[in-house]
Design a protein around this ligand. Structure first.
Ligand code: ASP
Length: 352
């Protein structure tokens, strides 16, 4: 479904894609729960969008979802949609539930290679129809950023980002950290790409620019989702670790370890790690901390993981690591090649 708001003074064209989430939800009086509603009502709720000096088209996905229901098929749909409309717009804003927004933004950052235009995810903590909603500000800032160009006519932020609570973050660096306040996301290991105050201040030194502005991006839609996540905790049992690491359906395991990448030094644990690696599994180490990096050389407990063949996820978020694995494993059948690429900074997701 497409709604169009044209302005005679248009400079940039922005496509707003609505996928669902709180931002467009309203109370269902029948069972008193929040349910998605038709996107045309969002435009009614944010008339400011029509006053922008840009052309804004909007598009609603056929089935609106709470983002807890997001599947990789949604990412594939979004990538196909952006690919089809890429030449007609200067930027894209994706309205998405906050719960899995960091996963979706991470996924799109890998699935679109050589991006030359902004793809901005946003949403809200309060529905758009509620008086104190944060949704209007988030949408308005996102559209402004998606439309922003420098003096050469290039996008100021040609990246997949999350714009939330006056802050623009690289999508594969952001994490939902708060289920109540309007500052729901945090980028623990990378500075904000922009701050929206009286004006929008861009942190241009931190923004990635494409090698060639005239080259069309490569849109990847093949993903291999055979990944599981093992979150370590005191009291974890050999049975649980074995099920996750050695499960027949798993090609890679993200281990969320303690601090700088540390894990129990018990022999049964190391034996299971070695067993998983001898079965050909890819084991990737990311930290449970909100900020900081894995450094397996720092402590003996981390060193043992490294010696067993566990890969460092450096300062990648779990969301970023999952997306990177889905993407790399979808591209390559050979685990050796996946492991080699995991160690590289592909989309600004790790500091190296
Ligand atoms: N459950 C909602 C979702 O993620 C929460 C939100 O939008 O903030 O779709």
């Amino acid at each position: 479904m497409i709604y169009r708001t044209d302005n005679e003074n248009e400079k940039s064209a922005v496509l707003l894609i609505y996928t669902g989430g709180t931002i467009g939800m309203k109370m269902d009086s029948a069972d008193q729960t929040l349910k998605p509603f038709d996107f045309s009502q969002i435009l009614e709720e944010v008339p400011e969008l029509g006053k922008f000096a840009h052309r804004i088209d909007s598009c609603t996905l056929d089935k609106l979802i709470d983002s807890a229901d997001v599947e990789p098929s949604l990412w594939q749909k979004l990538v196909e949609l952006i690919s089809e409309r890429y030449d007609s717009y200067d930027g894209f804003v994706i309205l998405h539930g906050t719960d899995t927004m960091a996963f979706s933004a991470s996924a799109l950052s890998f699935m679109i290679e050589g991006l030359t235009k902004p793809v901005i995810f946003t949403g809200s903590q309060l529905p758009i129809g509620v008086a104190r909603t944060d949704g209007k500000e988030n949408i308005v800032s996102s559209v402004e950023i998606a439309a922003a160009k420098d003096k050469d006519g290039h996008a100021i932020v040609p990246e997949v980002c999350i714009c939330f609570g006056n802050t623009l973050m690289r999508g594969n660096r952001a994490k939902k950290v708060d289920s109540e306040t309007f500052r729901a996301f945090r980028s623990g290991n990378f500075p904000a790409l922009a701050e929206a105050g009286i004006s929008i201040r861009y942190n241009t030194d931190s923004i990635i620019r494409p090698a060639d502005w005239d080259r069309r991006p490569v849109f990847h839609t093949r993903l291999d989702t055979r990944v599981s996540i093992l979150k370590l905790h005191p009291g974890i049992t050999p049975q649980v670790v074995r099920n996750i690491i050695c499960g027949p359906e798993t090609r890679a395991v993200i281990m969320e370890t303690y601090g700088a990448g540390n894990a129990p030094s018990k022999q049964w644990f190391l034996d299971l790690i070695k067993e998983g690696i001898s079965m050909g599994k890819i084991l990737l180490n990311v930290t449970q901390c909100l900020a900081g990096s894995v450094n397996m050389d720092l402590y003996a407990t981390g060193k043992k993981l490294e010696e067993a063949g566990v890969q460092s996820g450096y300062d990648c978020t779990t969301e970023g690591a999952l997306a990177k694995l889905f993407y790399l494993m979808g591209m390559h059948g050979d685990n050796g090649f996946v492991i080699e690429e995991l160690g590289k900074n592909l989309r600004g997701e790790i500091t190296k």
